[in-house]
Ligand binder design. Structure first.
Ligand code: AHR
Length: 312
């Protein structure tokens, strides 16, 4: 017992000295708020000081925050990158300052992969494919006009969720994407775009399903469908991604049909990889992949309880 307590003491004393700067995108969705709150809890568990900078959805703010973290000499930088490109110069600066960079929940394209240590994220192409497979199964050969609410323009998750869905439905000619537009991952824009889709498509009567790149936009769309006098979940099927409490509530009310869960615990695996690296130089895999499980109304109540227990 003596050896164990000494080991625990030295591990926590070690991590208590670490400071991580986290450049967070913003608070555009329920999922994002959950990710921020889980990151704080996971840092606390490990005795790590976490400094969070909210970029209000702007890459330029993220770049400023990263430069400020470099100037402060933090031990590591976590970035949830709002868009996929444009990171090379600032990550080069972090590399020159010998500060390891960890990516959370979205990917980037850089000339040199050595500019970041690892990325913790789901396979977003797979998420889109899972959503499409669900719809194909539901339709069972029946025709379906789909409207798509895309995430933030240029975000890896928006590009990949689109690709995964499109590639999968391409094999089924009866399923067609008739309209697609960005709702920027927010509830209000999701509603606004859905209102325009409804107007353009015979007051929504031509629409069979909404594929939303996140739950918040799906919830905005549900509101727009109700205001148009149609029943979401029945007249128009709703499939989205995230698995946040509000989508499970919508499922329980019969207004949403399925969601592909994205865990908000992206920081936990990144902290573990950072601690292992600082301790003995262990290099993590380049991508740490999280699961993508699809949930339907049957499991909504249990999922909601689980989220409450997890504190979000
Ligand atoms: O990058 C993850 C995505 O960003 C989530 O699906 C969405 O809700 C968030 O804004």
């Amino acid at each position: 017992a003596g050896i164990i307590s000494t080991l625990i003491l030295s591990a926590s004393a070690y991590s208590a000295e670490m400071t991580v700067g986290f450049s967070q995108i913003g608070s555009e969705s329920g999922w994002r708020a959950a990710e921020t709150s889980v990151a704080k809890t996971e840092a606390q568990k490990r005795g790590i000081t976490l400094k969070i900078a909210d970029a209000q959805q702007k890459q330029e703010n993220q770049i400023k925050a990263i430069r400020s973290f470099i100037a402060q000499g933090v031990d590591a930088i976590f970035i949830a990158p709002v868009v996929q490109t444009g990171w090379d110069p600032v990550l080069q600066e972090a590399k020159e300052a010998e500060i390891p960079v960890f990516l959370l929940d979205r990917n980037i394209t850089v000339k040199d992969d050595g500019l970041f240590m690892t990325g913790v994220a789901a396979d977003s192409v797979h998420e889109g494919a899972v959503a499409a497979q669900w719809l194909i199964k539901q339709q069972d050969g029946k025709a379906c006009n789909v409207v798509e609410l895309q995430g933030t323009v240029g975000a890896s998750v928006a590009l990949d969720r689109k690709k995964g869905f499109l590639d999968t439905v391409a094999a089924v000619p009866t399923i067609k994407i008739i309209r697609t537009q960005s709702g920027d991952f927010t509830r209000s824009k999701g509603k606004e775009v859905m209102e325009s889709f409804i107007k353009a498509e015979n007051n929504g009567k031509n629409i069979c399903a909404v594929y939303a790149h996140n739950d918040d936009m799906a919830i905005g769309a549900i509101q727009a469908i109700k205001e148009a006098g149609l029943k979401p979940g029945t007249d128009i099927k709703i499939i989205s991604i995230d698995g946040v409490p509000d989508i499970f509530k919508a499922m329980m009310a019969g207004e949403a049909n399925a969601s592909v869960e994205l865990t908000p615990n992206m920081a936990g695996p990144a902290f573990d990889a950072l601690l292992a690296y600082k301790k003995d130089g262990a290099l993590p895999p380049k991508h740490i992949k999280t699961e993508s499980i699809l949930f339907e109304p049957e499991s909504a109540e249990a999922q909601l309880e689980l989220k409450k227990d997890m504190g979000y």
